[in-house]
Ligand binder design. Structure first.
Ligand SMILES: CC(C)(COP(=O)(O)OP(=O)(O)OC[C@H]1O[C@@H](n2cnc3c(N)ncnc32)[C@H](O)[C@@H]1OP(=O)(O)O)[C@@H](O)C(=O)NCCC(=O)NCCS
Length: 206
């Protein structure tokens, strides 16, 4: 059994906590910089601020913060810690040539199919489908119920919104936001927010 500290006491943090428990591991508590948090969060101790990670050398960590840039900054700050990869026992992960990087979380009912490679500190959210031969770069987030057909490439820190669909063989560059329910049918090679069916450029990422 592994002991895990979750960074980020939020709604996403709750789902990560549940995923850890369902995997048979132990949640030691949360670290979060929000001064308004009490002493406990969903029944687990709030141990202090993110800087207090140094007080727990014998523990694994996972960052449960949706914003990719914040997630990346925290990962840089905590360089050298041991990262926990949270995989819900009800996620379906092919035995054939898949890999899932450290610090990544894979929620219930997610599917990761043969040949798919998932980077570090990604979120493969509840019911997301990552089809065969996808490449998902570090810090990307595939939201609840999003579907990526075969051989899709999702760039670093890109967020695929809830229920979005990406056609096979499509590339989406780094730091994009694909809106809820969008359908991506062509390569997206410039950073930005893309929405609609088919997805088109809407605005800069804020
Ligand atoms: C795309 C998104 C990031 C834009 O958010 P925002 O920057 O706050 O933008 P706004 O809500 O001000 O909307 C800006 C414009 O885009 C449109 N828009 C926003 N989201 C859209 C979507 N998903 N599909 C189509 N149009 C959308 C708005 O209607 C608005 O259009 P207008 O300028 O013609 O009035 C957001 O709406 C979204 O889809 N987020 C997904 C969240 C998600 O997946 N969460 C799940 C986590 S598991």
């Amino acid at each position: 059994m592994q002991q895990v500290i979750i960074i980020g006491a939020s709604g996403h943090g709750k789902v990560v906590a549940d995923t850890i428990l369902q995997s048979g591991d132990r949640v030691r508590g949360f670290l979060d910089d929000n001064p308004e948090l009490g002493e406990s969060f969903i029944g687990f101790p709030v141990l202090g601020t993110v800087d207090q990670f140094v007080d727990y050398p014998d523990t694994k960590f996972v960052v449960a913060i949706g914003n990719a840039k914040i997630r990346e900054n925290i990962v840089e700050k905590l360089a050298g810690v041991s990262w926990y990869t949270a995989i819900h026992p009800r996620a379906v992960i092919s035995f054939l040539d898949t890999s899932i990087g450290e610090g990544t979380v894979v929620m219930a009912d997610a599917v990761i199919n043969a040949g798919a490679k998932i980077g570090n500190h990604c979120i493969i959210n509840t019911g997301a489908v990552v089809e065969h031969d996808n490449r998902i770069e570090d810090f990307a987030h595939i939201s609840v119920g999003a579907k990526l057909a075969g051989t899709v490439h999702v760039g670093k820190g890109t967020w695929i919104g809830i229920g979005a669909t990406v056609k096979n063989n499509v590339e989406i560059c780094e730091e994009c936001m694909i809106g809820a329910g969008a359908v991506v049918v062509k390569n997206i090679l410039s950073k930005g927010v893309y929405v609609g069916v088919p997805a088109t450029y809407k605005q800069e990422v804020r």
